[in-house]
Design a protein around this ligand. Structure first.
Ligand SMILES: *[C@@H]1O[C@H](CO)[C@@H](O)[C@H](O)[C@H]1NC(C)=O
Ligand SMILES: *[C@@H]1O[C@H](CO)[C@@H](O)[C@H](O)[C@H]1NC(C)=O
Ligand SMILES: [Cu+2]
Length: 331
């Protein structure tokens, strides 16, 4: 009897731990730093369980049960940093979407002593889902063992929390089913810009749990489109200079050979910012189809890394960059 219950206990533990993950290391200067050196140790550092309650303070940094002993990493504005994934397996195993937010500590407050409360968070990076009008839905963040992104060059100097969030939606068809895998790092931004980050949102508060991108059945019917949770990425479309790689295809032949072209959007703000492939923004128009009845339909994919399909959209929609992996026909 005793041995049976031990066996059941071990099996239950194995089931519980598998396929969940945490974000223990900040990547700074291309180097994986030590576990929980700059990332605040999360409550789930051992069991790896996700947070599923969007109304708790722990939706912010999931660190209420741990003592904050993390250091603050120095990062220049415009630099690329990231987070590594630990788990079994050590990647973003579940289908889901990713957001990275930042929040500046109030002046006079050391970020190490700050809890990130208030309407202070802005989004700097996201990896959404890819839909094509109802035939398939894919998740470019799924399977990543690390995520890197740029601190916008426009970010003012100062101390910030950087919050990464993978929202796993494999069992999100009921309220509370979405799984939030969260980590907050402490950074000091130097050599900053003069931008005004926003829109600013609050955690908890930003998510109700009823958003179409959080309360969602990804299997049936296959969603025709996907709405990324949270505010738009800052800096907004058109501000800053970003280089986005898209695929283009020769139309009118049977060839499916794809060539790669670089599309640069120019700044509408006075500042010059660092060129980066990773500073993808929400809606940058890279090509506009001539008024036409041929081309991809609304919400269909029309570009992105590795895309070899049609790049034109049916009128009146135009092909717009959602992220480096995905462009979509939108009005
Ligand atoms: C950094 O961590 C990632 C994710 O675990 C891993 O894939 C990569 O090999 C690591 N890099 C080094 C240099 O250890
Ligand atoms: C798809 O788009 C429609 C119309 O904008 C919207 O009502 C719906 O919530 C979206 N679905 C998802 C899963 O985002
Ligand atoms: Cu899991």
């Amino acid at each position: 009897m005793k041995s049976i219950s031990i066996l059941i206990g071990v099996a239950a533990l194995a089931t519980k731990v598998s396929a969940h993950y945490v974000w223990p290391q900040l990547i700074v200067g291309g180097v994986n730093t030590t576990d929980w050196e700059y990332v605040r140790q999360t409550n789930n550092w051992q069991d790896l369980d996700p947070q599923t309650d969007v109304t708790t303070t722990d939706i912010r940094c999931y660190d209420s049960s741990e003592s904050d002993t993390s250091s603050t990493a120095t990062v220049a504005a415009g630099d690329t940093i990231g987070f590594t994934v630990f788990g079994n397996p050590a990647n973003l195993y579940h289908p889901g979407v990713l957001n990275v937010y930042m929040a500046q500590a109030p002046s006079g407050t050391d970020v190490a002593d700050w809890d990130g409360s208030g309407q202070v968070w802005f989004k700097i990076y996201q990896i959404s889902a890819v839909t094509d009008g109802g035939t398939s839905i894919t998740f470019p963040s799924q399977g990543l063992s690390e995520v890197t992104f740029q601190i916008p060059a426009e970010t003012p100097s100062g101390q910030y929390l950087v919050r990464t969030e993978h929202i796993a939606i494999h069992s999100a068809s009921y309220y509370g089913g979405a799984q939030f895998y969260i980590g907050c790092a402490q950074i000091e931004v130097t050599n900053g810009g003069t931008g005004t980050p926003g829109p600013l949102v609050e955690f908890p508060g930003e998510y109700t749990g009823y958003e179409p991108g959080i309360l969602i059945n990804i299997y049936y019917p296959i969603p025709a489109n996907y709405t990324q949770p949270g505010p738009p990425v800052w800096p907004a479309s058109g501000s800053g200079t970003s280089t986005i790689v898209t695929s283009t295809k020769t139309v009118g032949t049977t060839s499916t050979v794809a060539t790669t072209s670089t599309v640069a959007t120019t700044s509408t703000v006075g500042t010059t910012s660092t060129v980066s492939k990773t500073s993808t923004v929400a809606t940058t128009t890279t090509s506009s189809a001539p008024s036409s009845s041929t081309g991809a339909a609304e919400y269909a994919q029309c570009g992105g890394q590795g895309w070899t399909g049609a790049t034109a959209c049916i009128s009146p929609f135009t092909c717009q960059v959602v992220n480096e992996y995905y462009s979509q026909c939108l009005a």
